[in-house]
Write a protein that binds this ligand. Structure first.
Ligand code: ATP
Ligand code: MG
Length: 194
């Protein structure tokens, strides 16, 4: 496990620090007031000098050290590495579940680094599909309602989301189990539910 005890890039003097912080805040505020542009050309994913540092209080742990990666549209990529090499850390950032400490992550041409939690959750809802190792299903509700849930967050009308959820369940061979609780669905199919 790599550890990093010293943060880099401390600015010279308190004044310079305050000036650069004010400039950064102003830049971010300006960006927030402008609608985000949806890019549709260029790479789907682009990472530039991506760094993740976990601050555990006592020590800082380096999770990712300056990752540069480009993934084009339609490309299939597997991330491989030994235990502790940072796969989960990277996947959490790619999935917009976590943010990098330094560097940039452009998803569809848009930098996610300064997005608010609400904007990140919108991206997760609209652009990213997760297949979790553990199913993360709501056990007290039916397979149909579990599939409908992300569409509820996306504010799709009830009739549309039910129709779409039924279609998706049919596609993974669970058409006959719409009203079943997740525990009674076959493992491989349940993994595909959310
Ligand atoms: N929440 C955390 N707090 C502190 N350090 C963490 C945290 N999560 C991960 N790390 C550290 O970050 C580094 C990368 O860990 P990560 O879990 O991303 O590796 P991994 O490749 O997914 O490993 P595995 O194959 O065992 O799942 C490791 O040194 C790990 O100890
Ligand atoms: Mg892992």
């Amino acid at each position: 496990m790599k550890k990093w005890n010293k943060m880099q890039g401390a600015p010279d003097g308190e004044k310079a620090w305050k000036v650069s912080l004010a400039a950064l805040l102003r830049e971010r505020l300006l960006k927030r007031t402008q609608p985000r542009q949806e890019a549709c050309s260029g790479p789907l994913i682009k990472l530039e000098n991506l760094v993740k540092i976990y601050d555990t209080g006592a020590i800082k742990v380096l999770g990712l050290k300056k990752i540069n990666l480009t993934i084009e549209r339609g490309e299939f990529v597997a991330i491989m590495g030994h235990s502790g090499s940072g796969k989960s850390t990277l996947m959490n950032i790619l999935g917009c579940l976590d943010r990098p400490t330094l560097g940039h992550y452009y998803l569809d041409g848009i930098d996610t680094a300064d997005m608010t939690p609400d904007e990140l959750s919108d991206i997760r809802n609209r652009k990213i599909g997760f297949v979790f190792q553990s199913f993360n299903l709501i056990s007290r509700t039916s397979a149909l309602k579990n599939v409908e849930l992300p569409m509820t967050y996306a504010r799709l009308p009830k009739s549309k989301r039910t129709e779409r959820a039924k279609e998706l369940l049919e596609r993974v061979g669970l058409g006959g189990r719409k009203e079943h609780m997740p525990m009674s669905c076959p493992e491989d199919s349940a993994r595909g539910l959310p």
